[in-house]
Design a protein around this ligand. Structure first.
Ligand code: ZN
Ligand code: ZN
Length: 327
């Protein structure tokens, strides 16, 4: 497979670390992380975590239909940023995580509050996996080892080394604006405003990204993990019409700490507008407790704001496991 590159991307690598070349980004250091995790909890600024979780509903998808479908566009929200997307004859998983925790350890770290909306064993054959960055809630070792070398993986720069250490050999590492063609679908690695690292000692050693898929019949954008940044308008300008945009809406509180790296529903609606996409699919909420806002708040705020803007019918607010198809 040939990766083609485009030159029109701002510098985002200093030879050792990646960085965000956007005016909207504000650097936060380890001291800020400690303040959020420990000081705010001691001083009572950080709410305790016994807040309501969304209810799980059975029967919102049909695994047999998903297995035989190779023609119709469909999207199934498995939970967090994991989507099963069926477009132009290929089955795609985004940031797949089916594990109990998103953590380097099996006994500690954020625990899943909702089961995967589609069990791993009910997945149709997966052709392609898109990874946005190396954080534990997006790059899960157990899930990737279970998927193995059957799918092809597209990952941002530096993440290939992690896959290789797990025995994965079918992957391409891509930089922002690199393009590849996979079964008639053109896939572009597009920027995001975020950060990376699986240990405190390797911060920003690998790249983070969003992905744009332009198929013969449909265009799909996967936002990964990102703060609100000027890149959304650039993507619309450079690549034209987007039919579906999956954008993160959760893990935004406290704002002083999260704003640069995670959007809230308001930011995500601005991004949706900048992208000039037709349909908005909210992700990165309701599955793992990663931040201070109540679990049900992101979709509620999104719904209210979208109604006020008169665009509620363009939001596909999926339940865990729910499938929607192209109308
Ligand atoms: Zn992240
Ligand atoms: Zn995340």
């Amino acid at each position: 497979m040939v990766i083609q590159s485009q030159a029109s991307v701002p510098t985002h690598f200093n030879g050792n670390r990646y960085f965000n070349p956007f005016p909207t980004f504000k650097v936060r250091g380890n001291l800020d992380i400690l303040k959020w995790m420990i000081w705010d909890r001691i001083t009572g600024k950080r709410p305790s975590s016994n807040l309501a979780a969304p209810e799980f509903e059975e029967g919102v998808n049909n695994p047999d239909w998903l297995k035989q479908n190779r023609t119709q566009f469909s999207v199934t929200w498995i939970g967090h940023s994991t989507l099963l997307v069926q477009m132009d004859g290929i089955n795609i998983l985004t940031d797949p995580i089916f594990s109990e925790r998103c953590s380097p350890f099996s006994f500690i770290g954020p625990k899943r509050i909702m089961p995967p909306g589609l069990p791993f064993d009910s997945l149709p054959p997966i052709d392609l996996v898109l990874i946005s960055h190396d954080h534990y809630d997006h790059l899960d070792k157990k899930t990737i080892k279970a998927l193995g070398n059957k799918p092809f993986y597209l990952v941002p720069m530096g993440v290939g080394q992690i896959l290789r250490s797990w025995g994965i050999t079918r992957y391409a590492e891509m930089d922002w604006q690199d393009r590849i063609v996979f079964n008639k679908v053109e896939i572009i690695c597009t920027p995001a405003q975020h950060f990376s690292g699986r240990t405190p000692f390797n911060q920003n050693g690998t790249l983070w990204a969003s992905w744009l898929l332009k198929g013969p019949s449909v265009t799909f954008y996967f936002g990964g993990d990102t703060g609100y940044f000027p890149g959304f308008a650039d993507i619309a300008r450079q690549y034209g019409t987007i039919d579906f945009a999956a954008l993160p809406i959760g893990a935004y509180a406290p704002r002083w700490f999260m704003k640069s790296v995670h959007m809230n529903p308001n930011d995500a609606l601005k991004a949706f507008n900048d992208l000039q996409a037709k349909i908005f699919i909210p992700i990165h909420w309701g599955t793992f407790r990663l931040s201070d806002e109540p679990m049900e708040e992101p979709p509620e705020l999104l719904r209210q704001k979208a109604e006020a803007l008169g665009i509620a019918d363009r939001i596909w607010l999926l339940k865990h496991g729910e499938t929607k198809t192209q109308p």
